[in-house]
Design a protein around this ligand. Structure first.
Ligand code: IVH
Length: 707
């Protein structure tokens, strides 16, 4: 039974205070219960792929454990999952010799070679009955894992097969890796196997496809270089001295072997039984093992995998065929670098070399220009490929890729093919660096590329057809012009009917009542409500109007600053760089983006139409120094008496700036319930913290009463 204080969803902070009086023994007991629960849920999530609690409940368990560990560092348990956040960096890698060399596998590529492999087995097994066990050939990084007394102690890369590097500090952070083995006995065929004292498991570390896509997306947005494929990303992650890097990467480990002699010594008889045993100990398997007898079954499985490959969560480059019986494996033995009892039935290559014939630019819904490589059509793993993504302009500059270059194209089935590498040695003479187009291919507005940013953007946000839906969606949103009833579905339909090209058309919709009534599910009442909401939106504030224009880098806070400091819309339209830079919060990049916005004649036309439609606002209150002017506040956790938005508005009304990120310059943190890392950071930076009650008292001083 778990004591009530560790059940997910409970308030962590109130427990901390009550635990001060607890004895070491009871704290250890609570820690052990939390560790047990977390391990159980990790296993359900990562290994069984069947989560049994919500993410926030899981987070709550972790937070409770972290809070206890912070408070009682001397009681931290050796198998705590908090090691998964990564400890101190190493200064260098240590080379370690493998107990038994890590070999590679032979390859077959077609039925003939497969048949020849089977023939060799038959000959060596002298008419014995034998079966094959089939596994996915995972395209990651081979590692060996060592466990002593059921605890993870070390992990070594394959290296040259004889000696590898100790990467335990990184491997320890892998979420689906058991740090402690399940010690319940394993029962199979009336036979019971206990967990051995010393165990060596081998398998593959990889990054699942979804994690890889996310990693690259996030990296590219931060201006980092894209990883060419999940394998490189996984390899780059575990070969880092600082384990925090690996901890932040979505790495996974899948087991495929135990040392053969060790498996037999504890009573295991077959490879499929070994895998089930490893799963019982807590390891993830890429897939349930398959046992077959005939070559046709292998071929069938192989063909099926080629079909399924695209939809598999992980990258595979073939099928591994292993003799199932461990004694027969031993009998067959090894060639110099590979076992005789196993081979890889490889898929056709997923990469191919071809020529880059040109680059097209596509505009996304937020105005980002994405370069698309036009390739000389090439067969990549059975699919004809003639386009590949190049991510962004920054990536082109980093790769120094040029039209005419020979490139390697890499394909992972469901995702768009990528350029994996450029071969400068095959570059023809007289090639030129790729130029960014000066005009947007969708709307001919000028393209803005701020040096140091990865992405180039079209500056015609309100006008560009590629950005139309996004611009309208933002314009009508609650915190912008607040036009209720003009949801995305209507925007789409109205756009298709030719009634809504730009945000300015919203204010002409009253002329098209009949057309509006024809829209599905639009009765007279909804049309009236919509038209009324549009009319009402004309009366707004300058800050909202500026925000609604969707100028890059101008969020609500910045819009408010601009309104307060410049006072009129004309002043904003005519502002110079120097004037903009005088507005607090506005740096070079935002200032440039504002100037570019108003420089674009297409935008001016739309803005003029909006003003002509009658959008108006009261003159902003003259800027007076308010009590919290110049202070930056951060709010975190859940507040119970008011929403975060309301808290933000109160603070802003008193002149404070409310930011999402905490730094040493933060003036005050308001921490609601379940405050997490920000609270810890505030403590470490000595930023003063208010609880919700203290915050309400504070507001009261300024006449803000919240009931
Ligand atoms: S067994 C002695 N099983 O393939 C046999 N290897 O080309 C050892 N690999 O370095 C390997 N999936 O990293 C085995 N299910 C699987 C595998 C697998 C991927 C990798 C492994 C090895 C390479 C050999």
């Amino acid at each position: 039974m778990i004591p009530p204080q560790v059940l997910p969803g409970d308030d962590v902070e109130s427990q901390n205070t009550s635990m001060v009086e607890q004895t070491d023994a009871s704290i250890i007991q609570t820690m052990r219960q939390l560790i047990g629960l977390i391990a159980k849920h990790n296993h359900a999530y990562y290994v069984l792929d069947n989560p049994t609690i919500h993410d926030h409940e899981y987070d709550s368990l972790m937070q409770q454990l972290n809070a206890l560990e912070q408070q009682y560092p001397h009681l931290i348990q050796p198998d705590t999952p908090s090691v998964r956040v990564g400890g101190a960096p190493l200064s260098q890698f240590e080379n370690v010799a493998h107990t038994v060399p890590m070999l590679s596998l032979g390859n077959v590529f077609n039925v003939e070679e497969l048949t020849a492999f089977d023939q060799r087995i038959q000959e060596r097994l002298f008419g014995q009955f034998y079966q094959y066990e089939l596994e996915l050939k995972l395209d990651g990084l081979a590692v060996s894992l060592h466990y002593e007394s059921g605890c993870f102690v070390r992990s070594i890369t394959r290296g040259d097969g004889e000696t590898g590097e100790d990467i335990s500090h990184n491997v320890r952070t892998i979420r689906n890796l058991p740090l402690v083995l399940n010690n319940a006995p394993f029962t199979d065929n009336d036979q019971t196997i206990a967990t051995p004292d010393v165990l060596e498991v081998r398998g593959e570390i990889l990054i699942p496809k979804s994690g890889f896509e996310r990693l690259n997306r996030e990296g590219l947005a931060k201006g980092e270089k894209a990883f060419a494929n999940p394998r490189n990303a996984a390899a780059g992650s575990v070969r880092q001295l600082d384990p925090k890097i690996a901890a932040a990467r979505p790495l996974a480990f899948y087991a495929y072997a135990m040392l053969g002699e060790q498996a037999q010594a504890i009573g295991l008889q077959t490879q499929d039984q070994t895998l089930c045993y490893l799963q019982h100990l807590g390891f993830g398997l890429a897939r349930k093992p398959q046992v077959v007898e005939k070559l046709e079954q292998i071929q069938h499985y192989y063909n099926q995998l080629i079909e399924e490959r695209v939809n598999l969560p992980v990258e595979i480059d073939g099928l591994v065929i292993k003799i199932n019986d461990l004694k027969q494996q031993q009998q067959l033995g090894f060639l110099s670098r590979e076992p005789r009892w196993a081979t890889a039935y490889k898929f056709p290559a997923q990469a191919a070399m071809t020529l880059l014939e040109g680059i097209d630019w596509q505009v996304g819904r937020t105005g980002v220009l994405t370069p698309v490589a036009r390739l000389k059509t090439v067969n990549v793993g059975g699919v004809m490929v003639s386009n590949a993504t190049l991510h962004n302009f920054g990536e082109i500059q980093r790769l120094d890729i040029r039209v005419g270059d020979t490139v390697s194209v890499y394909r992972t089935g469901d995702v768009i093919p990528k350029i994996e590498r450029v071969w400068p040695e095959f570059r023809p003479i007289n090639t030129l660096p790729v130029q960014l187009p000066s005009l947007c291919p969708a709307c001919q507005s000028h393209v803005v590329y701020v040096e140091g940013e990865a992405q180039a953007r079209c500056s015609g946000g309100l006008y560009c057809p590629a950005q139309r839906v996004e611009a309208i969606r933002h314009f009508v949103s609650r915190r912008a012009m607040d036009i209720e009833g003009l949801g995305e579905r209507w925007v789409d339909s109205l756009e298709k009917m030719g009634l809504l090209h730009t945000v300015a058309d919203i204010y002409d919709l009253h002329q098209h009542q009949a057309a509006l009534l024809q829209l599905e599910k639009m009765g007279e009442k909804s049309v009236n409500n919509l038209l009324n909401a549009i009319e009402a939106s004309k009366h707004t504030t300058l800050a909202r109007f500026i925000y609604a224009l969707g100028i890059r880098g101008v969020g609500e806070g910045t819009a408010r600053m601009l309104a307060e400091h410049l006072q009129t819309f004309e002043a904003l339209q005519q502002a110079t760089l120097e004037q903009l830079l005088k507005v607090p919060d506005i740096g070079d990049i935002t200032a440039t983006l504002i100037l570019e916005f108003f420089k674009e004649p297409h935008q001016q036309t739309i803005v003029n139409r909006l003003l002509a439609a009658g959008i108006h606002w009261p003159a902003p209150a003259p800027r007076t120094r308010q009590p919290l002017t110049g202070q930056s506040w951060v709010i975190t956790g859940t507040l119970s008496t008011l929403s975060r938005d309301e808290a933000t508005q109160h603070l802003q009304a008193l002149g404070a700036r409310v930011s999402g990120s905490l730094s040493s310059k933060t003036y005050h943190l308001v921490a609601g319930e379940k405050a997490g890392s920000k609270l810890a950071k505030a403590h470490s930076l000595n930023v003063p913290v208010f609880t919700e009650a203290e915050f309400l008292d504070f507001l009261k001083q300024y006449g803000v009463a919240i009931s």
